[in-house]
Ligand binder design. Structure first.
Ligand code: ADP
Length: 616
């Protein structure tokens, strides 16, 4: 009886356990089904291979199909086959851990498509330490793998985009403010290390800095897109953009923080603001315009000078300011500017809004873009009406004084001549000497007065040329003989072209030669040889020159020599008096003859001044 009860109990225990096992198996099956996991068993000793229905599905085999190890091997993707076989051998090695967990590609039986799978398994050894069975699972992970690859690709793309934004630092934070990614070329410059940021919470990096920036993170994660400007401790300026990243449901998932170094931009902005302030506050009218003479900017002083407001002038033609009779100036100026030249202190007249004529001095420069292309013109106009009036008054004064001096000087000169004659007749050597000197000084004065008069006329634009045909020799001879009287320290040689005839203003060309020869004397304080020469050139031209062995002129001074009132500033020349108008007159008179004065000179060696005229 006892035994039967025991037996019954054992049977019911056994039945319970079997039920439990059955339940466990059902649960396992459900789990396997849910995960779409395929299972397989392989018996290396017999070569038998079993695949579960799910496993066959993964491989594209019908459920009732048989499978062999060879067929399995054949459907490993060719490039992965060696690797898989090696891994199988490794797992079956009795000395190893007998585990197997690899990812590889297969080619499906049905359509030959390539899929990624993950296979895991365990090898069981028999008592002879032989691999008896090998069991495991397979899972198709193609979708995961592709998704992962896509993420990796987008990550790479993100990194390369971030890196190719110059002077930038890009941070991505998650909803808890933790740094997901940090990228950008500024990272290195700012001494940031990716390792210190990625995956870290800002609180753990710098609690103080986090306290200061936390509210900014909160704002972006609340969905606000905004930007702030920041200055770093080392003085750089940054523009920081905060951009919320939203998912398909429009929920913020992360925040992107883009910091751009805008130091250069800021500096350029400050610089141009300063420049704009300078332009605005300038006393000169500053105008910019296109090559088509359309005004593009107009400062306050332009308004003061010309009476038009910026609104009235921007977009208008500059011709509005140019008097009718000077309209041809504009194309000439533009032509010079297009060549990249500047026009400096060009004195002309302009007309104001209420029709008043102004004397202006223009300095016009080409405006270039950063590549050096000329894109427009800037014009600085200075109102010199007052200065001009003052100059006119001075000129008038000089003209009147010179004119008034001429008459008494002429009579003085004739008295000296008469007295000199008498003294010569009487053999009064003291008087001869004294009167000769007086004559020389009177001659010098005459020349000076003549120069002043010419200058005054030039300034008024009234230099009438009295052209005539004359022999160069006669004029040059007169100039040389007159000059020789003025000096005993210099020998003046005339080596001219005896038969050359010129068609020019004889008196004015005489003035040119006289000025050049008297300079040659003046600036050769130690005496020496002076050569007045002529050389015939092709095209019926004559080059006329005056050469001395004097102090010479530096290259720097040579450039400015012909400006009005320009005198070389030099200790050695301090005692030599002059007004700096001689060479100015020479240059002006020659320009009236369509010629030009030129100089070749070396300091301490001497100078040669020359000009070229047409012969007849
Ligand atoms: P000024 O002689 O009255 O100073 P110029 O116009 O004739 O004025 O000459 C201008 C300057 O050119 C002079 O101050 C002088 O320094 C320089 N210069 C002119 N001619 C010579 C020369 N032959 N040799 C050296 N320097 C010269």
């Amino acid at each position: 009886m006892e035994n039967i009860r025991e037996l019954n109990e054992r049977i019911s225990q056994h039945e319970n356990r079997e039920k439990e096992l059955e339940q466990m198996e059902t649960r396992l099956r459900m789990a396997i089904d849910a995960t779409q996991l395929g299972t397989w068993e392989y018996y290396p000793l017999t070569g038998k291979l079993n695949w579960s229905a799910e496993c066959k599905k993964i491989y594209g085999l019908p459920i009732n199909a048989e499978v062999t190890f060879e067929a399995f091997t054949e459907h490993i993707y060719a490039g992965d086959r060696d690797f898989v076989q090696k891994e199988i051998q490794k797992a079956m090695d009795p000395k190893g851990n007998n585990r197997y967990d690899i990812t590889y590609r297969i080619t499906r039986f049905d359509d030959g498509s390539v899929r990624w799978i993950r296979a895991q398994g365990k090898v069981y050894l028999n008592i002879h330490m032989q691999a008896e069975s090998f069991m495991g699972t397979v899972l198709d992970i193609t979708e995961n793998k592709l998704a992962l690859e896509k993420i990796t690709r987008s990550e790479k793309l993100f990194k390369s985009i971030a890196l190719s934004i110059p002077n930038s630092l890009i941070l991505v934070i998650d909803k808890n403010h933790r740094y997901i990614t940090i990228e950008g070329d500024l990272m290195e410059k700012m001494g940031y290390n990716r390792k210190d940021y990625e995956g870290k919470h800002p609180r753990d990096i710098s609690p103080e800095r986090y306290e200061a920036t936390k509210h900014l993170y909160d704002r972006v994660l609340a969905g606000e897109k905004y930007s702030v400007e920041r200055k770093s401790e080392t003085g750089e300026d940054y523009m920081v953009h905060f951009v919320p990243l939203k998912n398909d449901n429009n929920e913020v998932e992360a925040g992107v923080i883009i910091a751009l170094d805008i130091t250069d931009f800021k500096q350029a902005q400050e610089k141009s603001a300063k420049l704009a302030a300078i332009v605005e506050s300038s006393d000169d009218a500053i105008i910019s315009k296109t090559f088509d003479s359309i005004i593009t900017s107009w400062n306050e002083s332009a308004q003061r000078t010309f009476g038009y407001t910026a609104d009235e002038m921007i977009g208008e033609s500059i011709l509005k300011l140019i008097p009718e009779d000077r309209r041809e100036e504009e194309p000439q100026i533009i032509a010079r500017l297009k060549k990249g030249e500047r026009v400096e202190h060009f004195e002309t007249k302009r007309v104001t809004k209420d029709g008043k004529l102004l004397d202006v001095s223009l300095t016009i420069s080409p405006v270039k873009d950063t590549q050096g292309n000329v894109i427009g013109v800037s014009k600085i106009a200075r109102d010199i009406t007052d200065k001009k009036q003052e100059e006119t008054r001075k000129n008038d004064f000089i003209a009147i004084v010179s004119h008034e001096l001429k008459t008494p000087l002429t009579s003085m000169k004739s008295y000296i001549q008469v007295m000199l004659q008498k003294a010569k007749q009487n053999g009064d050597s003291f008087s001869i000497n004294a009167l000769t000197r007086a004559d020389i000084q009177a001659k010098k004065m005459t020349l000076m007065i003549q120069d002043f008069l010419t200058m005054a006329k030039l300034e008024d634009g009234k230099v009438p040329l009295h052209k005539e045909i004359f022999k160069l020799h006669g004029l040059a001879d007169e100039v040389v003989s007159d000059a020789q009287i003025l000096t005993s320290m210099h020998t003046i040689e005339l080596r001219d072209c005896p038969d050359v005839k010129l068609n020019a203003d004889r008196e004015k060309i005489g003035q040119v030669l006289t000025n050049l020869v008297s300079n040659a004397i003046k600036y050769s304080p130690k005496g020496g040889h002076i050569l007045v020469g002529c050389q015939l050139l092709p095209g019926k031209k004559a080059k006329i020159y005056v050469r001395d062995e004097g102090v010479g002129i530096s290259a720097e001074d040579q450039k400015r020599l012909f400006e009005r009132f320009y005198r070389v500033k030099n200790e050695k020349l301090k005692t030599i008096s002059g007004f700096g108008i001689g060479l100015y007159l020479v240059s002006e008179i020659l320009s009236y003859h369509n010629s030009k004065i030129e100089v070749e000179s070396a300091e301490g060696v001497g100078s040669t001044f020359y000009f070229i005229l047409d012969t007849v």
